[in-house]
Design a binder for this molecule. Structure first.
Ligand SMILES: *[C@@H]1O[C@H](CO)[C@@H](O)[C@H](O)[C@H]1NC(C)=O
Ligand SMILES: *[C@@H]1O[C@H](CO)[C@@H](O)[C@H](O)[C@H]1NC(C)=O
Ligand SMILES: *[C@@H]1O[C@H](CO)[C@@H](O)[C@H](O)[C@H]1NC(C)=O
Ligand SMILES: *[C@@H]1O[C@H](CO)[C@@H](O)[C@H](O)[C@H]1NC(C)=O
Ligand SMILES: *[C@@H]1O[C@H](CO)[C@@H](O)[C@H](O)[C@H]1NC(C)=O
Length: 280
């Protein structure tokens, strides 16, 4: 799942990769980890190509931001999307203490003073999900991810994550371009008892999420999440997305399909179109 990318990005920040560390230090990274055990696990994760999405870029306020891009023009021709400039107030790259607070802390409804906000916006991670919500188009988020640029193993990991959560079904594919429909589907999913008991209402922390993700990723490439990992991380996606997992659902539906011999990505799936997405 996308969190996998997020966490690899965080992992990259503490790796000994000189280029990455320099980049992050220049922008004031103070990330610390809770235990020696986390650190030794993280040290195995130095596998991100430098030009991958997992390397943060700078947002409009000069803050580090991970997964903040708009879709490439060939996927969203003639689209003029607005990018929010009010995210990152609790950047995960600037304050390690933020790893320990419940994810519900970041959720706020819109008021006259500020837009609706939630973890993806506040933490400046997977921030293009906040842009997708703002533009009322989950395809903004789905199309902004370039699966082939992800680290080896992440795509295949995401395929299982999507599959176990039921997000490769035709029911979800039918909602790719239906903002309200996808939102409602994600909200109902998040409000199910199964998801609530795994933290979808935000009583888990980034550290809890990271620990779970690392457990599922110890051998990296080729590893896959269990069903339990997938549900737990989907619950985190609910909490980080302000109560709906619709961004990740749209990403799954747009990017992957089930084939007779396994999973397909993009044009490995019959009828996939970069603009229209996956056929139903
Ligand atoms: C985008 O706009 C151009 C010029 O107005 C038009 O020719 C083209 O068909 C449009 N593409 C889509 C996918 O709407
Ligand atoms: C909401 O975000 C948009 C885009 O960044 C911005 O123009 C607008 O001022 C924000 N609204 C509030 C109430 O802050
Ligand atoms: C946002 O508003 C909804 C509906 O009014 C309410 O149920 C929810 O608790 C509010 N969320 C927050 C974080 O205040
Ligand atoms: C982030 O902080 C700025 C400055 O305090 C504020 O104007 C903005 O509304 C905040 N963004 C959100 C989403 O609350
Ligand atoms: C989060 O809340 C749910 C529902 O109350 C509960 O079942 C679960 O154990 C809690 N998780 C944590 C990590 O506290």
């Amino acid at each position: 799942m996308l969190l996998a990318v997020f966490l690899s990005g965080v992992a990259l920040g503490v790796s000994e990769d000189p280029q990455a560390v320099t980049l992050l230090q220049q922008h004031g990274l103070h990330l610390t980890l809770s235990s020696q055990e986390d650190l030794s696990l993280l040290s195995k994760l130095r596998f991100m190509p430098h030009n991958s999405l997992a390397v943060p870029t700078l947002d409009a306020n000069g803050r580090l931001c991970l997964m903040c891009d708009l879709p490439p023009a060939e996927r969203a021709p003639n689209q003029s999307y607005v990018q929010r400039t009010d995210c990152g107030n609790h950047s995960v790259f600037e304050d390690a203490a933020i790893l320990q607070v419940p994810l519900s802390t970041f959720q706020q409804n819109a008021t006259e003073e500020h837009n609706q906000t939630f973890g993806w916006c506040e933490l400046n991670v997977q921030k293009s999900c906040a842009d997708a919500v703002y533009n009322k188009d989950y395809m903004l988020f789905a199309k902004s991810i370039l699966v082939h640029e992800l680290a080896p193993g992440v795509a295949s990991w995401d395929q299982y994550f999507c599959f176990y959560n039921g997000w490769l079904s035709s029911e979800i594919k039918a909602l790719q371009h239906d903002f309200q429909g996808m939102y409602a589907k994600g909200r109902d999913f998040c409000n199910s008892e199964d998801l609530i008991k795994r933290g979808s209402q935000g009583n888990t922390t980034v550290n809890d999420v990271m620990a779970r993700w690392l457990r599922g990723h110890q051998g990296l490439s080729g590893d896959r999440p269990t069903i339990e990992d997938s549900l737990f991380l989907a619950a985190a996606s609910c909490a980080l997305g302000g109560g709906s997992s619709a961004c990740d659902m749209a990403y799954c539906a747009y990017s992957f399909c089930l084939k007779d011999d396994g999973f397909g990505t993009y044009d490995e799936c019959q009828g996939w179109d970069p603009v229209k997405g996956m056929p139903i």
